[in-house]
Write a protein that binds this ligand. Structure first.
Ligand SMILES: [Zn+2]
Length: 170
């Protein structure tokens, strides 16, 4: 499935494109292709994207590190504003970091697979546990926190140095 040229969506019947999804999505570890339906409607100032898709993702259990299968389902709608980017790059980054999820140029492209990738990534559980019967790993393997601790202590040392420097200047 190729990226869609946005002016062409406007020219479609009812300014609406309906897509049957049956694709493997790059970067997404799945057992089955992503399957379902998707529609994109051009409303002049924004695109309305609806999708109902599902796939079987292969995830790695955070507790025992085994691979396991997880059904991912997405039934979602997103509005994507059609707006040319502001010429001033600073202004642009400010407005794009606002609550608008996404903005595309009216003369640009909408990439359905990339969009689905984002939606399915969002639907992936943060806490990935293979099941109730998960036995976990050896406690020694699970303790990875010291790495983080040493980084914090380095930061603390740096902070102390900086504070010390300030005091000398005063
Ligand atoms: Zn597990």
């Amino acid at each position: 499935m190729k990226p869609l040229y946005i002016p062409q969506i406007r020219q479609a019947t009812g300014s609406k494109l309906e897509i049957t999804v049956n694709d493997a999505i790059e970067g997404l570890e799945t057992l089955t292709p992503v399957r379902g339906e998707m529609s994109i409607i051009h409303h002049l100032s924004y695109l309305e994207v609806n999708a109902t898709v599902e796939t079987i993702a292969t995830l790695v259990c955070h507790r025992c590190l085994k691979h396991y299968n997880h059904r991912l389902q997405v039934d979602t709608q997103e509005l994507i504003w059609l707006e040319d980017p502001a010429p001033d790059p600073e202004e642009r980054s400010d407005s794009q970091q606002g609550d608008l999820s996404e903005t595309l140029s009216p003369q640009g492209y909408f990439d359905p697979l990339n969009w689905l990738y984002e939606q399915l990534s969002l639907a992936t559980p943060l806490q990935q546990i293979c099941g109730d019967a998960c036995e976990g790993v050896e406690p020694t393997l699970a303790q990875t926190t010291p790495v983080l601790d040493s980084r914090w202590s380095e930061l603390a040392a740096l902070k102390q140095q900086l504070n010390g420097g300030n005091e000398e200047m005063n």
